[in-house]
Design a protein. Sequence first.
Length: 230
Amino acid sequence: MVTNQGYRTMYLRSGETPVGVEEGVLYCDPLTSLIAYPSFEQYLIAMLPALVAEEMHIAIGDVDGLREYVSERRASDPDTFGHLAGNACMRTVGELTSNWAAKHLKDVVFHICGTFGGDEVIVAAGGLSHDAFVDKVHCLCRDIKVSSPRPCSFALATLESCTVPRQEARNAYRALVSLVDARLFSMKEDARLAGGHLEGAVADLGTVSLSDRGPNQDGIEYPATIGGGW
């Protein structure tokens, strides 16, 4: 079992983009209060060799229809048009995600919630089953749909138990995140081509493996999916 190493959080100062994480400190995004992506990525890569001894889960969410929402907001409230409306939405999404994690992930051996820095949420967790993680992500999706100005759609996957040498942790991390992100982008694009956008969908890729891999054009090896679908 792996438990979260004790860490402190610190908000990024204006204009600051850390290239390394001060020992024991994870930087927070000031808008959402979620872990800022440079810290999230570095921390999870460092933890990955221990985490993957058991199943590890990743979920990536992207707010649905945010561009249309911030454009149309002027009609009901001219003072919150555009970026102000978008910021208010993401502040709410961040708060809902933090509250959800405190309620639903408090008893798991590992979890961390971050943001890429735009209109996304990324969650990693360990110490629970795939089905339990799926149920919890559905809860988060419902919470955001009910209490945020715009819903958020997610793609998620579970990395099966495996061994990842420390020197391969970055590649393994990128492979898993890229796989989940690709499904999220695909479902978003399908909705756009159909003339709309998603309204809080959850795509479950099931359990994925690093054992059946093939290099893509940029040399990163991506895992093959096993089961899942949405």
